[in-house]
Design a binder for this molecule. Structure first.
Ligand SMILES: C[S@@+](CC[C@H](N)C(=O)[O-])C[C@H]1O[C@@H](n2cnc3c(N)ncnc32)[C@H](O)[C@@H]1O
Length: 388
């Protein structure tokens, strides 16, 4: 486990709050208190201690063999500025490591939580009247109450009851199945995990593709031997990293993003993922940036994942910027079936975008398409050669 840059000093101050210690004792203390999760290396700890001593946060008593440190008054004050961080750290890491089955179950809970967040965010986008938003809040309130009941030891729902586990096996819901597949085929590395973590810290919503979708994008990029990829909707660069990693060394990913703050996080993500030699973000409304890309076409894979209303226009551009054999993928196209209904009866602009997209993708002879029920649904199309 790693701790955010600059935060180790607070853990060291916290260790000294529990009594004077020399450097190695602090490392051992942290290792013991976190049940082996966190043991900073001496190479990081000793320079940090030196700096803290120079800044007057700790006081050293030196003997021939070692330096024993204790907290100074200004160290105590400094520590108080970070009580939230310290409390959060110990809440996450102070408990014994649960057995693997419990760990897996906890991961499912976090996945479900992310899924719930996406569903609610989508609901807020879709709800166009106050009454619907109020219903949404009431529904969340009921959900929170039920969770509080479960956490405080109320009666647990039985398998088969609403809220209970399915009776036909532990991994039988769509979400759990996705997770099991992702664990085998699409596990995230530290770089990808930190990309979402950093985005969350900057207040960017967690609406990136799932690891399973990221891997699917890679598989599709490999299938069409992509050398040039275009993405519409970069967010924090998460899907961009999956895509860029599928490119050969001289490949190119161009990702379009309307929001300058998102774009600056994307640049950082690409740099940290070491794909900035082949991946770049261009800022502006996609419909204004796309015409300028004609000189760089054709793109081998085009991934559409931005605002939903212009999805049909994005598809038209994607076809224009593609070649026969290119693959076009669009995210959020199924939405539990809502994205498959009739365009004429669409309840919102948001759904109209997905429905019109699917209508064209499923009927245009220039495309061979399928919608996949993965996360909120991806429509995948292969661009066909013109009939002769
Ligand atoms: C769903 S997120 C993209 C997620 C990203 N593909 C991933 O999985 O990591 C949509 C992004 O599209 C951007 N966006 C929205 N409207 C846009 C537009 N008209 N042009 C370009 N980007 C847009 C948003 O700012 C947001 O960052």
């Amino acid at each position: 486990m790693r701790v955010e840059r600059g935060m180790l000093r607070y853990l060291l101050l916290d260790a000294l709050r529990h009594g004077p210690k020399h450097g190695y004792e602090m490392i051992k203390w942290l290792e013991e208190q976190t049940h082996g999760r966190y043991a900073p290396s001496p190479g990081t700890v000793y320079p940090t201690l030196q700096l803290m001593e120079d800044q007057g946060l700790i006081l050293a008593e030196r003997t021939e063999e070692k330096s024993v440190y204790r907290l100074s008054e200004s160290g105590e004050k400094e520590l108080e500025t970070q009580t939230d961080f310290i409390q959060g750290f110990w809440e996450r890491n102070g408990q014994p490591i649960p057995p693997p089955a419990l760990q897996l179950e906890s991961e499912f809970v976090y996945e479900d939580l992310q899924d719930l967040q996406r569903t609610v965010e989508r609901g807020v986008n879709l709800a166009q009247d106050q009454q619907r938003l109020q219903l949404l809040r009431q529904s969340l309130e009921r959900c929170k109450n039920e969770i509080r009941g479960v956490l405080t030891g109320g009666t647990l729902p039985q398998p088969g009851q609403p809220g209970g586990r399915p009776q036909h096996g532990p991994r039988s819901t769509g979400r759990e199945l996705e997770q099991a597949i992702a664990q085998l085929f699409a596990s995230e590395d530290e770089v990808l995990r930190q990309t979402t973590e950093r985005a969350r810290e900057r207040g960017i919503p967690s609406i990136q593709v799932s690891p399973l979708q990221g891997k699917l994008l890679q598989v599709l990029a490999k299938a069409c031997q992509a050398r040039k990829i275009l993405e519409i909707g970069a967010l924090a660069g998460y899907s961009g990293i999956w895509l860029a990693r599928a490119l050969p060394a001289d490949g190119r990913l161009v990702t379009l993003e309307i929001d300058e703050m998102h774009a600056s996080v994307v640049r950082e993500s690409f740099r940290l993922a070491q794909v900035d030699d082949r991946a770049e973000v261009r800022v502006g409304p996609a419909l204004e940036t796309l015409p300028g890309l004609e000189v760089e076409a054709p793109f081998d894979l085009i991934f559409i994942d931005a605002d939903k209303e212009p999805y049909p226009q994005y598809l038209a551009w994607a076809i224009r910027l593609a070649r026969p054999g290119s693959i076009i993928v669009a995210d959020n196209c199924v939405m539990g079936g809502d994205g498959l209904g009739s365009v004429q009866e669409s309840p919102s602009q948001f759904l109209t975008g997905a429905r019109s997209y699917n209508q064209r993708a499923s009927s245009d002879p220039a495309l061979c398409s399928i919608a996949l029920p993965i996360s909120s649904g991806m429509t995948v199309s292969v661009v066909m050669a013109p009939a002769v």
